[in-house]
Design a binder for this molecule. Structure first.
Ligand SMILES: NC(=O)c1ccc[n+]([C@@H]2O[C@H](COP(=O)([O-])OP(=O)(O)OC[C@H]3O[C@@H](n4cnc5c(N)ncnc54)[C@H](OP(=O)(O)O)[C@@H]3O)[C@@H](O)[C@H]2O)c1
Length: 330
């Protein structure tokens, strides 16, 4: 698989990563045996970049990755995250915590669960408005010096926060939602800031949380307990409007003879060498299909056609329910 470099510190990863969140968190249909097989198959296909977070579960996602990837540690690049606060009872508190003493405790737990002595890429999952970013990133820089972490990243941060954090300790990657359906980062200065500062960009939910695959046509298609049932984009009139866009995107994929997911991933991959999407799946057959996107090349006519049906701002409905929207840094 093609390799890409994230940021100025030389973090080398496969052009397509694997998002592991849905294996144990947020999306329904957990199947640990298939998830394990998917992780193994990813390695066979040349995927080396695996994305998790302490909050996924909490903890179960890192444990799953640790059990499969721990023995193959030298072959993989592991990214995890802290900052969506987990309380002493092991459950999410709904708050964000960027305090140095908190993150020092979190990294040790992540290392233990991941069965490793270092994390390759450690992200601040959300920005804590009550803690100056320099305090958080000063402590993150100390983790790099201590050898517990090799590279640093941040998720869902505003351009000014990215600048201040990067000035405190070098940042290798920004992770934020980005797909042909959710192009906010092209418009709000995030992608431009990354490029100006030489920071890599990792699009999460590059298949629009599964929407661009075309199999979710109604809220009822989602399993009970699936997070997307509460997402404004998967409900009511917003969903109907989004389906109209989806049908046009699907027609473009059909015309090209690729799957809708491959079209979506090929589009993200083509946005720049500094971009490494992490599509999520817990199934080998989806993974194999998605990896095929690395070999799909879009023509300028096809880019123009996608631009016409899916311009910046095309999606209806917010990306998160109201309370979660407030935890995003603006
Ligand atoms: N930093 C953050 O705040 C943040 C937020 C969200 C996600 N993330 C990270 O980004 C990763 C990817 O995002 P995501 O999982 O939210 O969304 P995504 O990659 O856009 O889509 C994942 C969904 O698409 C489905 N899917 C994948 N390939 C498919 C295919 N070929 N055909 C049909 N359906 C397919 C998956 O189904 P199955 O699950 O059934 O395989 C899953 O429901 C996550 O795993 C996580 O690591 C980070």
């Amino acid at each position: 698989m093609e390799q890409r470099i994230l940021g100025g510190q030389g973090l080398r990863v496969s052009a397509l990563g694997l998002g592991c969140m849905g294996m144990t968190f947020a999306y329904g249909g957990q199947d640990d045996a298939e998830s394990r097989a998917t992780l193994e198959r990813a390695l066979e296909l040349g995927v080396t970049f695996f994305d998790t977070a302490d909050m996924y579960g909490p903890h179960t996602n890192e444990e799953l990755l640790g059990s499969v990837l721990g023995p193959r540690r030298d072959e993989v690049v592991i990214a995890t995250k802290f900052g969506n606060e987990i309380g002493p009872d092991g459950q999410g508190t709904g708050r964000v915590n960027g305090r140095p003493d908190y993150l020092r405790g979190q990294i040790d737990g992540s290392l233990q669960r991941l069965r490793t002595d270092h994390v390759d890429l450690y992200y601040q999952h959300r920005v804590d408005p009550d803690v100056p970013i320099e305090e958080t990133w000063g402590a993150l820089g100390e983790l790099v010096t201590a050898g517990k972490v090799r590279h640093l990243g941040i998720s869902e941060a505003a351009p000014e926060t990215i600048r201040r954090a990067h000035a405190t300790a070098p940042m290798s990657a920004v992770q934020t939602e980005y797909s042909l359906f959710t192009r906010d980062v092209e418009d709000n200065g995030v992608l431009a800031a990354c490029r100006e500062l030489g920071i890599g960009f990792v699009p999460y939910s590059p298949i629009g949380r599964g929407f661009l695959a075309g199999t979710i046509r109604s809220t009822e298609d989602l399993p009970e307990g699936d997070w997307r049932r509460n997402s404004p984009r998967f409900q009511g009139e917003a969903l109907q409007a989004n389906l109209r866009v989806l049908d046009e995107v699907n027609a473009l994929a059909e015309r090209k003879g690729v799957s809708p997911t491959q079209l979506a991933l090929a589009w993200v991959l083509a946005q720049g060498e500094d971009i490494v999407p992490i599509p999520g799946t817990k199934r080998r057959r989806y993974l194999e299909e998605n990896v095929g996107a690395v070999d799909v090349t879009l023509t300028s006519e096809e880019f123009a056609a996608i631009e016409e049906v899916a311009p910046v701002g095309v999606a209806s409905g917010e990306r998160y329910p109201a309370a979660a929207m407030q935890t995003l840094d603006h």
